[in-house]
Write a protein of this length. Sequence first.
Length: 600
Amino acid sequence: MRSFLSYLIPPLFIFSDVLASDYHEQLNLKPLPQSSLLASFNFRSNTSLSQFEAHNFRYFPRSLGQILQHVGTRELHLRFSLGRWDAESWGARPWDGTKEGGTGVELWAWLEADTEEEADLKWLTLTNALSGLFCASLNFIDETRTTRPVMSFQPEGDHGSTLDNMHLLHGVLPHEIVCTENLTPFLKLLPCKGKAGISSLLNGHKLFDASWQSMAIDVRPICPLGQECVLQIEQTIDMVLDIERSKRPRGNPIPRPPPGHDLKCNASKPYHSGDTCFPSDFAEGEDWSLDRIFGKSLKGTCPLTDPDAPPVCIHVPERRDIFTTPGASEMKSPDGLSRCYQVPSEGDFSMMLPRMSREGDNAKTVADETVQPETPLLYAERSFTGHGQDRGGVQSILTNPSPDTIVEFVYMESLPWFMRIYLHTLQARVEGTSGAKDDIVEEIYYRPALDRVRGTQLELRVRIPPASTVFLTYDFEKSILRYTEYPPDANRGFDVAAAIITILPSTSPGAPPSRQKTSNLRTTSLLLSLPTPDFSMPYNVIIFTSTAIALAFGGVYNLLVRRFVGADEGAEVAGGLKGKLTLLVAKLSAKFKGAKGKVE
Ligand SMILES: *[C@@H]1O[C@H](CO)[C@@H](O)[C@H](O)[C@H]1NC(C)=O
Ligand SMILES: *[C@@H]1O[C@H](CO)[C@@H](O)[C@H](O)[C@H]1NC(C)=O
């Protein structure tokens, strides 16, 4: 009896130890203009740091926890992204861009090490281990793709005095294509593993069909004042789904352009006519339902989640009706712009937004029933200029839309070594209303590339005056690679990682709360074409010789192994199996006849 009790008691203690608020998950839905819907999934859990160090992982995924412990990782950020956030129509990014990565895979971490060499070794172990865990080619982040950012990243967690021997390393793989095989390991890290709760909505077919998507994992220690330190893991998935496309009938999986009479045009444009159409911002009034958009309905709640936090929230004004499956309770936020739903713990949940009320498509109804997207702090775009096989240029256009505030940010580029930049050609030109035009670049950090050893790292601290645009340009030279250094698809071009823009918190005292935090922004990645030899010749030679060898080998082998027999000897010798079978049948029939004879 005693031993039975001692078995029983520890789990009870563990349960009383687990605070209800140690795991939290929430889905935020936000209709965006032009038939889009932003879905942000957030999963967060706390594990006490002392228990974590004693290998009691609790909510922390063991597979990841062991890797982090093995290489002494103090803080880790991993991003998988696909597509482009269209800031001009969708406005500010979710989470202020802090949970977003450049196209492909991006990883940065603070590692504990005494020397730089030790940090490099640990980084190599970390990338290799994570590559196996997430089925991504993270092991291709070698020294040529690794940088040590100086101004761009700051630790998010509380590290106290341990910050001294911490090394920040950052690596990015712009060519990596994020797909379903990366989603499965991501879901496995969750306590409910995609079986219950909001993660049951996640489905590779919908996630990777999105116009833009980003998956993030952040691990950081947090030490609240006067309490024990906890290790927090936060997993986020943001995606922009196309409502129109999700309504495509099941039998018609191929997206085809809709016929002309189905296009929704803005008829108030002066050039609107039978053959010209400007798409109207109809989507916020579009009707949709959760199960239709995600292809399945939400399966109850995750039993481990904080029961007080509502799992589903939606940002639409109060005036708009929403229908849900029975059993869900609605909570409206005081500002009337969003509401949350407490979902029944068992059974399916879905919700439906009917069309916007039809009492005329007048502007007032639209304004009352939609939430306008927020204007971002900065718009950024980057492109190549010049078309040579030997030289080129890069131009970044950064626009501060605000009429009265200065934006200060760090612009970071990590360029491959075969793109040799000429730093003296770096120029920042301001166009705008305000006076101060010089000295917008306050600080430059530049680490030149070494051929085949490391890439270029360029960080600039820039201040943009209100309502102005900065054109940042520089020239570069293209290297010629050795023929073994070209990838198999050399004619596709070489991906150049996105520029990372970190908007620094405003220092002015009266700044609104949204300006007092760091926010991020990434440009799209670029495709650089290098002078490429014609690889079809060696390919043809390989194919031709392989074919010749295969043919010759087949003939010679045949001649060597085949036994030649005369046609009349065939029945005895060649009929191996057939002969045996005939013999067996003859024997059996003889036996059978014998038996019959006995009975008679
Ligand atoms: C985790 O700990 C932090 C810091 O104490 C706290 O703010 C948060 O609510 C806790 N729970 C979760 C699920 O994040
Ligand atoms: C049509 O375009 C005008 C601007 O030309 C805009 O103000 C209006 O909101 C648009 N209407 C719709 C329904 O998109």
